[in-house]
Design a protein around this ligand. Sequence first.
Ligand SMILES: Cc1ncc(COP(=O)(O)O)c(C=O)c1O
Length: 414
Amino acid sequence: MTLQEMINASLLAGGHDEVAGFIRQETQRQNSAIELIASENFPSDAVKAAAASDFVAKYTEGYPQQRESGNRGRYYGGCENADALEEYCCRKWKQVFSTDYHVNVQPHSGSSANLAAFLSVLKPGDTVLSMSLENGGHLTHGSPVNFSGRLFDFHFYGVDDTGRISYEALDELLYSCKPKLVLAGASAYSREIDFRRIGELIDRYAAAGGERPWFMVDMAHIAGLVAAGVHQSPFGVADIITTTTHKTLRGTRGGLIFCKPELARKVDSAVFPGSQGGPLQHIIAAKAVTADEDCTEQYRDYIRRVVANTKAMCDEFIRMGYDVVTGGTDNHLFLVDFSRTHPDLTGKAVQNMLDEEGITLNKNCVPNEKRSPVEASGVRIGCAAMTTKGYDEEDFRAVARRIDSLIRGYCASL
Ligand SMILES: Cc1ncc(COP(=O)(O)O)c(C=O)c1O
C-alpha cells in the first residue's frame, strides 16, 4: 500500500469521505500536471510520513535542554523525545550547510522566519534596505500590505537595465538611508546573488563612519543550491540567514533561521516567545528527515540536474525568440518577458491558458513593468519540481516547445 492509499483508507475509515475525495483529487492533479511553479517541489514519502507522525499531538513550547543560546527549557512535561528530535534536527541542518552558525528550526514558515529575524535585531520604525517586490523581492521584504512594510521603514534597491541587481544603487542607498539592516534574497531572480560583494559594500560603508547595519539573507529559493555548493554561500558573510524548507530543499513546508552564534539568544527569543507559541513538532520531524536527505550526494546530484535542466529550458525559449529577463539563468528559475514580443499578452492570460492544459506556473512582473502585479507581463518558470519527477534536459526543451505552440495558438485565437 502506498502512503497516499494508507491516508485515504484512514480517512474513509473515520468517515471523512469528502476530505478523502479532495486529497485524492489533489494527488491526481499533482501526478498529471507539469509543475513549473518555482517555489514548489515534491517531498519524499519519508518527509510526508514524519509530518503525519504522533508528534502532531505534542505541545513543546520552549526549547530543548541542550541549547547553546541559553534559551533552554520547555513549559510542559513529556518533552524528552521532542528534545532529542529537535537537537538532532538542528545538528543535521548545520551539516547540510557545513556551518557552525546557530540554527532555529521552529519557524512555521518562511514568513514567520523573516518576522522573527527582523524582531531579533530591529525595533519598529527602523530602516531596512531590501530588493523591491517588482524586481523580484518577496512580500515579507517590505511590502506595504505585509507586516514587514507596516512595522519597518523599508527602502528598496532594484535591478539595472540588464535585469541584474544594481549593486551600485544598493551602495548609494546605504549612505542615503543609513539602514539598520540590509536584506538580500529574492523570489523571482534568476542570477547568482553576490553576497560577498554586498558584505564588502557594508564593510566599506562602516569603515567610512556609517553605523554597521545587520546583514540578513533570505535564501528561501536558492537554499538547495547553496547546500549543494552551486550558488555562493551567505554563511560567513551574513549575520542572519532565513529559508523555507519546501522549495529547492525539497522538504516539508516550513522555515529555518541561521545566525552567527552571538545572535543566538536574540533569535531564539524572537521566535519563542517573541512571535510564535508552541512549535509544530511533527513538522520539525519532517524537517529532520529533509535534512537527512539533503546531506546526501544523491541530493547534490539532483540540484546539479535542476540547474542544468533550467538552463536547457531557458535556452530553448531564447532560441525560439522569447525575451528572458537577464538573458538567461544561473539557478532553478527564469522569467519570460512578453512585453516586447507579445505586447497584448499578459502573464495572467498565459497562466490561465496553461492551467487548462495541465501546465502550472505563475504570472510575474518583469523589470520596468507597465501592468499591475495582478495582470503582469511575464511568467516565472522553475524546474525543481519536474526534475524531482525525473525530467531531463530534453524533456524540459519539449515542454518549452509545447508552451510556445500553445501561446501561438492562443494569440491566433484572439
Ligand atoms: C524569498 C522568500 N522568502 C519568504 C517566503 C515565504 O515563505 P512562506 O510562504 O513559507 O511564508 C517566500 C515564499 O515564496 C520567498 O520566496
